[in-house]
Design a protein around this ligand. Structure first.
Ligand code: AMP
Length: 480
């Protein structure tokens, strides 16, 4: 199937061609015609499958077909997303795909001033992309009215539920008119999503694209064993010698992200850090600089990196391994997107061998290991415990309670990429690595290698099961 015969108008086809897309992705092939027909959608599709264009293109077409008269423009399509970044990216897509149409869009999310958003809404917006908390703030201030919404999209619904947005979503649903079209996109499936879908959707077209998220299969992975003190040097060497132009680097902590970005700058490599302590403006700027090639390296913490859509990202580097194996899968999923090749490199020191084993157990495969000439690890260096701080930024203990802090804001303490089940008080489990360099709480030191073997096995089993579920998600269970 080509875009030409999928039912889109000339203006939208032109926008698609401007983007260089030739063939609709599988989710687009299924979603676009169904949405154009006015059907509700339940789609099991992850980031990277082209889902955003899958709902944005037909949504734009439907709104444009039913032109509005003159006067105030009410919100006619509402897209809810879990994070600020995703809201900004979806709205950017709306603008890109709708650039030849006379429709107006806006993104509203927390962490930034509300007044410019109020002004934007006052001027009239056809398509509103929002995080739930800030949306409700606007409703509370009577600066937004949702009675004319014709199409509702819940994007990354599973993450919204993971982040504790279910009550906000229910409140928002109660504000919308009946008889609208509902589109629900979710990467994973659980009873909560099923319940939400049953309440929300009317005879939905069920779409499930082939499991794409075998990041472990798509992405070339390599471990470089290196001493902990030489990681930064090795990273600079890899970037420079490999002429890497766009590298996303993961650190475990916000403080570590800042420090590494500064050190890379001193090595003459343009770098910026992105994490939850940065203002929204700083994060947006860092991401824009990175996308435009103004900085070569973006250093991010796991949570800040969630939902980032960066085209053709060729290199992901784990400067430090994540404490939770699922985060490794999320991290490497940032490369090799939309069918492109990618490479994920992990710099692993002696302290991290147990983490590496946990990751390999979850992946159910070994990752190629080696060292770079001149950076071979010194066998005389002994392992040291990895430090954790419990409850930093409201960390592990509060994470299960959903979003924290400002409404609609992305919280550093939300369970990374997951349902919160990782952050329980299961015996023998390491707390999630939620650290904050500004925290005054004393660090809690947990010897990674010091766990009894029995506990280690329990911890690994608990972690491995949900991860495999997330790797091969199905919204519809075993449909044969
Ligand atoms: P998404 O899953 O919406 O995050 O999209 C993932 C990436 O795929 C984005 O960078 C899009 O620009 C890109 N994309 C979307 N549709 C297509 C297409 N039909 N052909 C090629 N790339 C696409």
């Amino acid at each position: 199937m080509s875009f030409a015969n999928i039912g889109l108008s000339a203006e939208l086809l032109r926008a698609v061609a401007d983007q260089g897309y030739t063939t609709p992705t599988p989710v687009q092939q299924k979603a676009i015609p169904a949405i154009l027909q006015g059907r509700d959608i339940l789609a099991g599709a992850q980031t990277g499958t082209g889902k955003t264009a899958g709902f944005t293109l037909p949504l734009l077409q439907r709104l444009n077909e039913r032109a509005q008269g003159k006067g105030h423009r009410p919100v006619r399509a509402l897209v809810l997303t879990p994070t600020r970044e995703l809201a900004a990216q979806v709205e950017e897509s709306v603008r890109v795909y709708g650039k030849h149409l006379p429709l107006r869009s806006a993104a509203i999310f927390g962490g930034v001033k509300i007044n410019p958003q109020i002004e934007r809404l006052r001027q009239g917006v056809d398509i509103l992309v929002a995080t739930p908390g800030r949306l409700l703030d606007h409703v509370g201030q009577a600066t937004l009215e949702l009675l004319k919404v014709e199409i509702l999209v819940l994007d990354e619904a599973d993450r919204m539920l993971d982040m504790g947005f279910i009550h906000d979503i229910r409140r928002i649903l109660a504000l919308l008119p009946a008889g609208r079209q509902n589109l629900l996109f979710s990467a994973t499936y659980n009873s909560e999503i099923r319940l939400l879908a049953a309440k929300l959707l009317n005879n939905p077209e069920q779409i499930e694209v082939a499991a794409r998220n075998t990041a472990a299969e798509r992405v070339a992975q390599q471990v470089y064993l290196v001493d902990r003190e030489r990681k930064r040097e090795l990273l600079s060497h890899l970037v420079i010698s490999g002429s890497w132009q766009q590298v996303l680097v993961f650190t475990r902590t916000k403080h570590g992200a800042n420090r590494l970005a500064q050190q890379l700058e001193r090595d003459g490599i343009g770098a910026a850090a992105i994490h939850g302590n940065k203002s929204q403006a700083a994060r947006t700027r860092a991401l824009a600089d990175f996308k435009q090639g103004a900085v070569r390296v973006l250093v991010a913490t796991d949570i800040a990196a969630r939902g980032l859509d960066i085209d053709q990202l060729p290199h992901v580097v784990n400067f430090e391994l994540p404490n939770v194996p699922e985060d490794y899968v999320h991290r490497i999923g940032r490369t090799g997107r939309a069918g492109r090749e990618g490479e994920a490199v992990s710099l692993v020191c002696i302290d991290e061998h147990a983490l590496l084993r946990d990751i390999e157990r979850v992946l159910q495969r070994e990752i190629a290991k080696g060292s770079v000439a001149g950076f071979e690890p010194d066998p005389a260096i002994a392992a040291e415990p990895i430090q954790h701080r419990r409850n930093a930024m409201g960390g592990a203990r509060r994470a299960g309670s959903g979003r924290l802090g400002a409404r609609g804001s992305m919280t550093e303490s939300a369970p990374a990429g997951g349902s919160g089940r990782r952050i329980g008080a299961a015996p023998g489990r390491r707390p999630a690595a939620v650290q904050n360099g500004n925290q005054k709480a004393p660090p809690e030191t947990i010897p990674v290698h010091g766990r009894p073997a029995q506990q280690q096995r329990v911890a690994t089993q608990r972690k491995a099961t949900p991860s495999r579920r997330r790797e091969r998600p199905s919204l519809f269970g075993n449909r044969g």
